[in-house]
Design a protein around this ligand. Structure first.
Ligand code: PLP
Length: 451
């Protein structure tokens, strides 16, 4: 059967092509070269059905923070499945994994972010956030405060609300997005869009677009601003230092909620628990998923400031919830994942050792003739590929070189993602120095082959 890892690769590919619709995949391209079949993984290494070992420079989809093969998580899941495989926290019930995880998240989240609402994914959590923010203002007597400001090129998920918050034109073009009352401002991408400005000037200018949008629409119409502390799927856009303090000022002065989408930045990616800690932000709501369970179970959520949650709680029943909100197995696995992150000081090690080491090596890729910029924060980074460094020119067919580079990386044994002609890296947090060296070697080799 296809569940058997020993089924021949060609047969797996044929069955896959016959019956499986893939997310974010070009089917014609995939069928031409055959889907890669990943069968197992350990640490930072994937193994495919043909026995190749591939260094996973993307931690899956920016999520396998503690690395593959942690059997403690499998043991916890098996125990929880045997004891209570499913129950929910609807209708005034609860269960121990939901209680324990909520208390733990309240402890590690900064300040007064003390309440958690669970979802099955980051997309669902952002759907919750749209409803939370609008319901909050409604309860406070401002039902007209419902517009949410987000950013071009931001990514917040694939469901209708979350994809509408996202600023991906290619997604909006399919399925009628954005939904009403969601608008977008520009991203703070200095390298590509900074013009003649210094990074500091540019950070301020881009932040002030938020104020311009609020002035244009009227503060009394705006519920919230949502953004990733560092934009991930948009191409690891690391904002200039001036950006976040100005955004924070604007949100406070204009009485709009700040939602930090921590789905990628959370759980150690920046060398801190959250991107919010990295930038010293004080959001009202934080979206979490991915690294919460290191991807071992599907789980997401919204961590909410106590005073905001109290308004919702005082408003009677919040008519919202998913069958898998606070799923006991997912919650137990997330808790075990957090225990390992803490006990093994994984995040401290990222901050003090791994990130400085990888960042220094990564920066050396800027010497490659095809690389216009090599940027990185914590353990998430991007290379800007360009045909001409001095002018920061773009390739004639956007994304073709990026795609080719990604394919070469994969053939050489390295997963890097491409976003247009940006090459992205976000390895498991447990990557060793030797593995970092190998990652850089493979990246050089793959770039060289494209010359
Ligand atoms: N928010 C951010 C910042 C993300 O990067 C993602 C996924 O990549 C999501 C939300 C959506 O999460 P999910 O794919 O779990 O629905």
């Amino acid at each position: 059967t296809p569940r058997d890892n020993h089924m021949p690769t060609d047969e797996l590919r044929a069955l896959d092509a016959a019956h499986h619709i893939h997310p974010f995949s070009d089917t014609a391209q995939m069928r031409a070269r055959g889907a890669r079949v990943i069968t197992q993984a350990e640490g930072v290494w994937l193994t495919d059905s043909e026995g190749n070992r591939i260094l996973d420079g993307m931690a899956g989809l920016w999520c396998v923070n503690i690395g593959y093969g942690r059997t403690e998580l499998a043991d916890v899941a098996a125990r929880q499945m045997a004891q209570l495989p499913y129950y929910n926290t609807f209708f005034m019930t609860t269960h121990p994994p939901a209680v324990a995880l909520s208390a733990k998240l309240a402890q590690i989240a900064p300040g007064d972010k003390n309440r958690v609402f669970y979802a099955g994914s980051g997309s669902e959590a952002n759907e919750t956030n749209i409803r939370l923010a609008r319901h909050y203002w409604h309860l406070l007597g401002h039902p007209e405060k419902k517009t949410i400001i987000a950013r071009k090129n931001g990514y917040h998920g694939s469901t209708m609300g979350a994809a509408s918050l996202g600023g991906m034109a290619g997604m909006h073009a399919q399925g009628g997005m954005p939904i009403p009352d969601i608008v977008h401002i520009d991203q703070p991408h200095w390298w590509a869009e900074g013009g003649g400005m210094s990074p500091e000037e540019f950070g301020l200018a881009r932040a002030r677009q938020l104020e311009e949008m609020i002035d244009q629409l009227g503060e009394d119409k705006i519920a919230a601003f949502i953004a990733e502390p560092i934009q991930g799927a948009g191409g690891v856009i690391i904002p200039p230092e001036t950006y976040w303090p100005e955004i924070t000022r604007i949100c406070r002065e204009h009485h709009i909620l700040l939602i930090a989408d921590e789905v990628i930045c959370g759980f150690g990616r920046t060398g801190h628990w959250f991107g919010t800690d990295y930038y010293d932000l004080d959001p009202d709501i934080m979206t979490i998923a991915k690294g919460l369970s290191s991807g071992y179970q599907p789980i997401g959520g919204s961590i909410v400031r106590e005073s905001v949650a109290q308004v919702i709680e005082d408003g009677g029943e919040f008519n919202h919830g998913y069958t898998y909100s606070s799923h006991p197995v997912a919650a137990a696995v997330a808790l075990e994942n957090i225990r390992i992150l803490e006990e093994e000081k994984v995040i401290d090690r990222v901050r003090s050792e791994t990130a400085p080491y990888l960042q220094q090596k990564w920066a050396s890729l800027a010497d490659h003739p095809m690389v216009g910029e090599a940027r990185m924060a914590g353990l998430m980074g991007a290379l800007e590929l360009t045909p001409e460094k001095a002018s920061r020119a773009k390739f004639a067919e956007e994304g073709a070189v990026g795609l080719m580079t990604r394919e070469r990386c994969f053939a050489n044994g390295l997963v890097m993602r491409h976003v247009g002609d940006k090459m992205i890296i976000s390895p498991p947090l447990v990557i060793s120095k030797e593995e970092v060296d190998r990652l850089i070697e493979l990246a050089w080799q793959s770039l060289d082959e494209g010359m």
